[in-house]
Design a protein around this ligand. Structure first.
Ligand code: COA
Length: 373
């Protein structure tokens, strides 16, 4: 066995493996997915194309995209057993918990659950990509005491998601802004939830188990759950004229403010400019400027005082809120997108797998006898 390496807490600065899926260029505030800059993808492509790029490894040509989208439209339906199970979950359950249970249910329904070859896992991805929005929407409908709306195969994935939640499809501006958020949320190298999915996969467990674990990690407010916390903060502040004092008070008390800071980016999150633009589009489309104004003031005060920049969750939270989503649906929406990044990493981990199993330094009691009875 080789010499022991003591890793810093939180594995800060530790490179644990190689990946060809994405790269964060912290110094340039840039993120690339398989070689393409994410801000360029946000301008020129769609979330379906980006999902395909991440998982299949290249941008789809017209034929590949049509096949991928028609498979997605066909795969959206949930079994009546799963739909019924969702209605039995507590109405107050967090949608991320509903999602974990429902994805585990999909695994139980899949007779090929243990088959881990690439082709079968690609089929499972196609199915998860289609069904996760249906689960999020059905869970939401259940939480408000309403029946799930069956997917409409005539609609694209994003349009259909709005339709399954609200029974209608919003304007193109809203759809475009939502699509941009999915592109930006799709992948971010070895973040906590992606690393979690790789750890689970490394044990040669199945793809559903890895994705369920990823959902659990993403739920935390220090990770994906921050987009929900951002909106609670904006609502707590309530009005633009209260924002400056609120932030100064947090800074004076050395309190953490959700939606700011990042482990990798110290000079600003590469995804923020594209998401800000999308959030402004939503503000204009719904005629609501308040959240944007509060956000601008918070950012100005925080960057000015501590040089800590907002991360993607900061503009994404208010954008989703103005689109009409309840706050606890924000992180499940993140999953609708991040499942592509997770699966890209799961497939990559499987190619040259070694179980991820670090060591620990024991600091507990010394060896002692068990007291006799
Ligand atoms: N608000 C206020 N101060 C913050 C901050 C925030 N959101 N994020 C970091 N800082 C400060 C810390 O207090 C610390 O200051 P100190 O050195 O004076 O103690 C310094 O910046 C480093 O922060 P640290 O928490 O050690 O960085 P990290 O790399 O371990 O954590 C995050 C990164 C993302 C977990 C952290 O920035 C955070 O908790 N942000 C809020 C949650 C969030 O938005 N998460 C979504 C991430 S995409």
């Amino acid at each position: 066995m080789s010499e022991k390496i003591i890793a810093p807490k939180g594995l800060v600065g530790v490179v644990v493996d190689q990946t060809a899926v994405s790269k964060v260029l912290a110094e340039e505030s840039k993120l690339i997915y398989r070689g393409y800059a994410v801000d360029e993808l946000a301008d020129k492509s769609t979330s379906d194309e980006v999902a395909y790029l991440l998982v299949y490894g290249h941008l789809p040509n017209a034929e590949e995209l049509t096949a991928f989208q028609s498979k997605e439209a066909k795969n959206r339906g949930l079994s009546k057993e799963l739909l019924q199970a969702i209605t039995l979950f507590p109405k107050h359950a967090h949608p991320m918990d509903v999602l974990q249970s429902a994805i585990a249910f999909l695994g139980m329904e899949d007779s090929r659950v243990w088959e881990n070859d690439r082709e079968t896992n690609l089929d499972k991805f196609d199915s998860l990509y289609a069904k996760i929005p249906s689960i999020v929407a059905a869970g939401y409908r259940n939480s408000i005491g309403k029946e799930a709306i069956a997917p409409n195969p005539e609609l694209g994935r994003v349009e259909n998601f709005f339709y399954m939640c609200f029974g209608q499809v919003p304007s193109k501006d809203i759809l475009d802004a939502f699509d941009v958020s999915l592109i930006l949320y799709a992948e971010h190298s070895f973040n906590a939830s992606t690393f979690t999915t790789r750890v689970v996969t490394s044990t040669t467990s199945d793809i559903y188990s890895a994705v369920v674990a990823g959902v659990g990690a993403l739920k935390g407010p220090l990770h994906g759950g921050a987009n929900e916390q951002v909106m609670y903060v904006l609502k707590e502040i309530g009005e633009p004229d209260k924002a400056k004092a609120w932030m100064e008070n947090k800074i004076a008390n050395r309190e953490k403010v959700m939606g700011f800071g990042h482990r990798v980016y110290r000079l600003g999150d590469s995804r923020v400019p594209s998401m800000k633009k999308a959030m402004h589009k939503v503000s204009d489309a719904v005629g609501e400027q308040k959240w944007r104004q509060i956000s601008d003031i918070l950012e100005e005060v925080m960057v000015g005082a501590k040089g800590i920049h907002p991360n993607l969750d900061f503009p994404a939270g208010p954008a989703y809120y103005m689109m009409g989503f309840p706050i606890d649906l924000f992180t499940p929406i993140f999953v609708m997108s991040r499942v592509s990044g997770w699966v890209a990493h799961i497939l990559e981990q499987n190619v040259d797998n070694k179980i991820i199993r670090p060591l620990s330094e024991y600091v507990g009691e010394g060896l002692r006898p068990v007291p006799s009875k």
